[in-house]
Design a binder for this molecule. Structure first.
Ligand SMILES: C[S@@+](CC[C@H](N)C(=O)[O-])C[C@H]1O[C@@H](n2cnc3c(N)ncnc32)[C@H](O)[C@@H]1O
Length: 217
């Protein structure tokens, strides 16, 4: 079962009993997503047209924050996101993200209500392709500027962090593209480096340990 929890910044997150894992930091879901994926993700490229791949669509918070950013800056984003276990719609309706961000719910609802597995226009600068797929089997010919690697942790889902999967991520990136993740474990950084990524450790959100940027050379 998946349950809603309240995090320290007042925004909701989810807890999966099956995975025994939270979807975001308990210190703050919105704060964490803004720090890891907006400030250290999309903000680190100045490109006017961007392709992003997210691993783990979850509550759709990263997709929403990226859409807001792209509309604000008039930058075109093609956002692809993978999810093996889509969250029930009733649960999504109870999340307080729009209330906390002081926006109306139209875009968030659209992000969740559009059909899976086909590209959908969410707003003038944001298209969304939600893929109901297992990252372990995922292959694509599309090349991305950024990968938001937001899977559950290596402790809980070691297979997702295996070298073969991270190698696939490397192959999905454009030259100078990068992967960003909240994970700062030494073993994962060494694995990424071995594949050929250039690693940069960045300050974590809310005084938490570092996060990792892995750039394709
Ligand atoms: C940390 S949460 C992602 C949070 C999400 N980005 C958000 O903004 O709410 C990890 C997500 O990865 C999904 N997931 C777990 N195993 C997966 C797999 N093998 N392939 C694709 N998605 C998976 C989980 O169901 C969960 O939604």
């Amino acid at each position: 079962m998946t349950k809603i929890i309240l995090t320290n910044d007042g925004s909701h997150s989810l807890f999966s009993e099956e995975a025994d894992e939270h979807y975001h930091s308990k210190l703050g879901a919105i704060s964490e997503s803004l720090h890891v994926f907006i400030k250290n993700g999309i903000n680190r490229t100045t490109k006017k047209e961007i392709k992003i791949l997210e691993i783990g669509f979850g509550s759709g918070l990263n997709a929403l924050l990226t859409q807001i950013k792209c509309e604000k800056e008039n930058r075109m984003c093609h956002y692809y996101t993978l999810e093996k276990f889509p969250v029930k719609r009733e649960l999504i309706s109870k999340l307080n993200y729009c209330q906390k961000l002081e926006i109306n719910e139209t875009i968030f609802n659209k992000i969740h209500d559009v059909e899976w597995n086909v590209e959908q226009i969410i707003s003038p600068n944001f298209t969304l392709t939600k893929l109901e797929e297992d990252v372990l089997n995922f292959r694509t010919k599309v090349k991305f500027d950024i990968i938001y690697f937001d899977a559950f942790s290596p402790e809980k889902q070691p297979k997702v962090w295996e070298e073969a999967i991270l190698k696939n991520m490397y192959s999905f990136l454009l030259k100078d593209g990068f992967l960003i993740t909240y994970c700062a474990k030494g073993i994962i950084k060494r694995r990424l480096k071995k594949i050929g990524f250039e690693i940069e450790s960045l300050a974590g959100p809310m005084g938490k340990r570092e996060i990792t940027q892995a750039k394709k050379k």
